[in-house]
Structures are given as structure tokens and as C-alpha cells.
Design a protein around this ligand. Structure first.
Ligand SMILES: [Mg+2]
Length: 365
């Protein structure tokens, strides 16, 4: 059995090919912290902690402080193998409150190290047979350039970010009408109140826009509001910012507040926590989608492995890395709307690249 002997962090910045705008923020870069876990048999694994001020409250500086401090204290010296790695998320959850992005990145890095040492792909390690998962493409919340409303070639589902613009209703109708055969989902990122949500959904229905679902229309705390909205509309309601943990989902189910849930590693604290949320969602007959924050290929590849493990046939929300990977990159995991899971050990290309990149690592031994 190998022992963890080093935890290291490095700042990771990727330029986006075009700005990304939601009701919560606007950005032109992926800004995150890469985590490296190394064991005494020489194996290393990698994970990504994104900067998520508006959802989990985490920054690059806070993720570094958390990982270099209490999480490293908990992990250094830990015996790591295919069995014990399942308990890492609970160990880290006992160590610090919150900091779910930092915790998830450490757990993913530990799983990556174990999978790489055993020569298994990350998804295969989780028991997922899928070679690829399907993703939607995100259409930003405000567009001054009408060409940015276009659904890129190859994507069959568009997730339109709404909530910023009073002309949202017309914009979604325009996107729907101009993208023949493309399924539309909308994400308001908590921007509406109950009446606004009800009237927008009614207007889309009247215009013949058959929405697949509306994601997080109301504030994260407003579980009762989401339940009331479900009574008022036939459009399925998917919760994102309202559900971090399995306990949040339990309360949402109790309140009849959700038709589906968006599972993100950076909200729930890791792969095994995500699998637990998925089990509860399935028991309650809820729909499942795996999403990510604005992350690079490193974080999205772990999310894609989780998606293939829990809902291989669904259309997930894994386009985050598409925004920073050059379409001409011969190793891009994106092929039309498929995210190809690597067949090398662990997170394969995604962690190989981070390892080879010469980042400025700060390490704890
Ligand atoms: Mg969302």
C-alpha cells in the first residue's frame, strides 16, 4: 500500500476563446488551482479547484490555504489504495466545513493517483463502461454580438443562460427558432422571483418553445418557492445552487421542489459524494445531470468520468473546457457534442498535461 508523501498546489489560468457570461458573472479566463497528490511509490494524481466566489465562496487563495493547511495535514501519511480512497471525501469533510471545491480537487487527485498506479482509466476505476458522454453547449446570458447566439455545429442541446436581460424571453425564442432540432434548456442562476419565473415559462410555452427544463430559476435558499413553481408549470425544474450535499437534496425531495438535480464535484466535495447524491436522486425518481464550474480540461475530465458512472445516457453540462481548448487541438476530448473519456491511466491526457506544464508548484511534505 502506498502512502501520501506530498501535497502540492499551483495556480492554473487558461484564456477562453470567447467571454463567458451568466447571471452570476462574466469572465474571459479559467482561473483555478491545480492540486497534486504524490505517494511514496512515485505515483502522482491531479485535481482542479476552480475559483467560485458566487457559488461556494472559494477563491484561488482560499483553495491554496485550505489545501496547504488542514487538508494536507489530514492527507499526508495516509495509506492510499483502491479501497481506502473511497473514504477520502469523508475524511476531508470531517476536517473542514465548506471548501467543497478544494476538497473535491484533493479527492480527485487521490483517485487519479490510485487509478494511474493500477493502470486503470479514471472512469473505468469508477466502474463506468462508457467511452464518451454527451454534453450541451452553453449560450451566454447577454450577447451584444448576435453570432454568439448561434448554437455551434454538432451540439444537439443548448443551455441558454438567462436572468440578466429583460429581453431574455425573445432571445430564447429566437435561439429556439433559428436552431432547428436543437433541444433548449435554460439556466437562470437564481436571478428570478416566483412571478417572473412563472410568467417567463408561460411565455415560452405560448411561443411553442418546449423547454427540456429550467435550471435554478429562484434563489438557492428558496426551496419552497421551487416547489410552488413546480405546481404552477409543466416545465421540469432542475436544482443546481440549491443542492450541494445529499442532505440538501433530501430536503428538496421532502419539499417536492425538484424534478432533477445538477451534480457538480466542486459543490458536493468529490466523486464519492456525487455518487451518493446520484443514488438518492435515482431512488426518488429524479433526473440527473453532471455539470462543472468554469474549469479546464483537468476538472471537466473528472466530472465526465462521474457522468459516465451515474448517467451515461443523459446529456450533461460538460462544455466548460470547450471554451478554453483550441478546436484544432488533435487531442481535444470534444467531438461534436461528445466528450470522449480518455483510455490511458487515471485522467490521462488531462493530468499528463498538467504534470508536464512546468507550473509553479508549492508543496507540503
Ligand atoms: Mg447552473
Amino acid at each position: 500500500m502506498a502512502r501520501i508523501v506530498e501535497i502540492a498546489t499551483a495556480r492554473l489560468v487558461r484564456e477562453l476563446n470567447q467571454p463567458f457570461v451568466t447571471a452570476l458573472r462574466s469572465t474571459t479566463q479559467v482561473v483555478s488551482v491545480a492540486i497534486r497528490v504524490t505517494t511514496d511509490d512515485g505515483a502522482s494524481g491531479y485535481g482542479e479547484a476552480p475559483q467560485i466566489w458566487r457559488v461556494t465562496g472559494e477563491s484561488q487563495a482560499s483553495a491554496e490555504a485550505c489545501v496547504q493547511g488542514p487538508l494536507a495535514d489530514a492527507l499526508l501519511g495516509l495509506e492510499l489504495d483502491a479501497e481506502s480512497v473511497r473514504g477520502v471525501h469523508e475524511l476531508l469533510a470531517r476536517t473542514v466545513a465548506g471548501n467543497t471545491g478544494a476538497r473535491a480537487a484533493c479527492e480527485v487527485a487521490a483517485i487519479d493517483a490510485v487509478a494511474r498506479a493500477s493502470g486503470q482509466g479514471f472512469a473505468a476505476f469508477l466502474g463506468a463502461p462508457a467511452e464518451a458522454v454527451t454534453t450541451d453547449i452553453t449560450i451566454a446570458a447577454t450577447v451584444t454580438d448576435p453570432s454568439a447566439e448561434r448554437v455551434p455545429e454538432g451540439f444537439r442541446t443548448a443551455k441558454v443562460k438567462v436572468g440578466l436581460d429583460p429581453a431574455d424571453v425573445e432571445r430564447v425564442i429566437r435561439i429556439h427558432d433559428s436552431a432547428d432540432g436543437v433541444r433548449i434548456r435554460v439556466d437562470a442562476n437564481q436571478a428570478w422571483d416566483l412571478d417572473r419565473a412563472t410568467s417567463n415559462l408561460e411565455r415560452w410555452q405560448r411561443a411553442g418553445v418546449d423547454l427540456e427544463f429550467v435550471e435554478q430559476p429562484l434563489p438557492a435558499w428558496d426551496v419552497r418557492g421551487h416547489a410552488e413553481l413546480r405546481r404552477r408549470t409543466l416545465v421540469p425544474v432542475l436544482l443546481d445552487e440549491s443542492v450541494f450535499s445529499v442532505h440538501d437534496l433530501d430536503r428538496a425531495i421532502e419539499a417536492d421542489a425538484a424534478d432533477a438535480v445538477n451534480i457538480k464535484l466542486a459543490k458536493c466535495g468529490g466523486i464519492y459524494a456525487g455518487l451518493e447524491i446520484a443514488r438518492l436522486a435515482r431512488r426518488a425518481d429524479l433526473g440527473l445531470m453532471v455539470g462543472s464550474m468554469m474549469e479546464s480540461e483537468l476538472g471537466v475530465s473528472a466530472a465526465a468520468a462521474l457522468a459516465s458512472a451515474i448517467a451515461p445516457g443523459q446529456t450533461h453540462d460538460l462544455d466548460a473546457a470547450w471554451w478554453s481548448i483550441d478546436a484544432a487541438d488533435p487531442g481535444t476530448p470534444y467531438s461534436a457534442d461528445a466528450y470522449r473519456l480518455n483510455d490511458g491511466p487515471g485522467l490521462s491526457r488531462a493530468s499528463d498535461r498538467i504534470g508536464a506544464e512546468g507550473l509553479d508548484w508549492t508543496s507540503r511534505r
